[in-house]
Ligand binder design. Structure first.
Ligand code: SF4
Length: 372
């Protein structure tokens, strides 16, 4: 699949005590640009929808305003063709009423809410496979102010409440087209005792550095061994670029960074041949980028799949090299009767021991939030 990218130079950052290498210009970032952009009629009745329209057309993209609210033309002759068409389509829509009834998302956060559904990347293990229905177009919500305002009723009075915004999309991957992440960060900046939680595999963070986040956004990057990422994470920023972005966000503001609490979501962890060596290398590389004290967390997630997600992924990526053979796995059931395939108990123990030891050794100031 040919995905069109726009190359943009990043802004220079000033130097500081901890900085050194950031006196030079940061590397260019690749921004995803859709081939087709459509706005539903009702999305254009929203003031934020009109803002997105201006943003998108000012990037030189053609945008079509539909006469109704039905998205058509997303299907091809085969599932693979449908995938190609949909993944190149950005649709601006109004979030349905169900988007206003939040659901919990343990262990990541108290609640999940959505800025969009769908993602421009092409990870062959994609978490969205099997959880979203229909062609995987990227649907961005035009009624964002309402969505953010609705979150207030979910804040626990007198306690800390966390909100995850990356369950159904990669918000940073489409931020240049939507601005929704910036709005969210600013919203949480005004809400005491809350935390916005974001995860990304992209790296265009420069526009976020100067925002008033008030330490209420924890910005995490999804990282993996380089050889796993290169093989399975199409259309994303490289591991090195993500680490650079993480560094920029974590550096104190006075050192030219964003001063955000940050995190690493190590996922999906896979015991590929020589996995200890590959993951040690990745953690060494991370240490080079994060060679200063910062508010850092780790979340450790091993690879798993369900029968449903495997079927969808095999349609999307028929030639995938991803190991989804059931024979090498243990079945885990949830309380609703659903099943997933995870690594064996022995393998899980080996992996867990390795990562906990290595992370504690390399990043003694960091906190491991969970292992799964
Ligand atoms: S970045 Fe996340 S949502 Fe996007 S394709 Fe990869 S796994 Fe799927």
């Amino acid at each position: 699949m040919i995905v069109k990218y726009l190359m943009l130079s990043s802004l220079p950052l000033s130097s500081g005590d901890n900085e050194g290498s950031l006196t030079e210009r940061t590397k260019t970032s690749r921004l995803w640009m859709p081939k087709r952009v459509v706005f539903t009629a009702e999305s254009m009745e929203e003031s934020y929808g009109q803002k997105i329209y201006k943003r998108i057309t000012s990037l030189g993209l053609e945008a079509k305003i539909l006469k109704n609210n039905r998205l058509t033309g997303l299907r091809g002759e085969t599932e693979r063709e449908t995938y190609k068409i949909a993944k190149n389509t950005l649709a601006i829509v109004k979030a349905p009423p169900s988007a206003f009834r939040l659901t919990p998302i343990p262990p990541s956060a108290d609640w999940q809410y959505h800025l969009a559904q769908g993602c421009p990347a092409h990870c062959q293990y994609c978490y969205l496979a099997g959880s979203l229905s229909g062609p995987p177009a990227i649907r961005v919500y035009a009624n964002l102010p309402e969505i953010l305002s609705n979150l207030k009723q979910y804040e626990k009075p007198g306690a800390f409440t966390t909100f995850e915004a990356s369950c159904y999309t990669d918000p940073l991957g489409i931020e240049h087209l939507t601005g929704s992440l910036e709005e969210s960060i600013k919203h949480f900046g005004t809400r005491p005792d809350t935390q916005l939680r974001v995860v990304s595999k992209f790296d265009a963070v420069d526009t976020l550095l100067s925002l008033e986040h008030n330490n209420r956004t924890r910005f995490r990057f999804s990282l993996n061994a380089d050889q796993i990422s290169k093989r399975l994470e199409g259309g994303t920023a490289t591991i090195d670029a993500r680490m650079k972005a993480l560094r920029k966000l974590a550096l104190p503001k006075e050192n030219g960074g964003g001063g955000y609490p940050v995190g690493v979501v190590l996922a999906p962890i896979m015991p590929v041949p020589d996995w200890k060596e590959h993951y040690s290398k990745m953690l060494d590389q991370l240490k080079q980028h994060l060679n200063f004290f910062c508010d850092l967390t780790f979340e450790l997630i091993t690879h798993r799949f369900t029968p449903g997600s495997k079927d969808v992924l095999m349609e999307w990526y028929p030639n995938t090299g991803l190991d989804m053979s059931e024979e090498n796995r243990t079945v885990k059931r949830n309380k609703f009767g659903g099943m997933k395939y995870v690594y064996s108990k022995e393998m899980m123990k080996d992996l867990k021991t390795f990562f906990e030891l290595e992370i504690t050794r390399q990043f003694p100031f960091a906190k491991i939030l969970y292992w799964t």
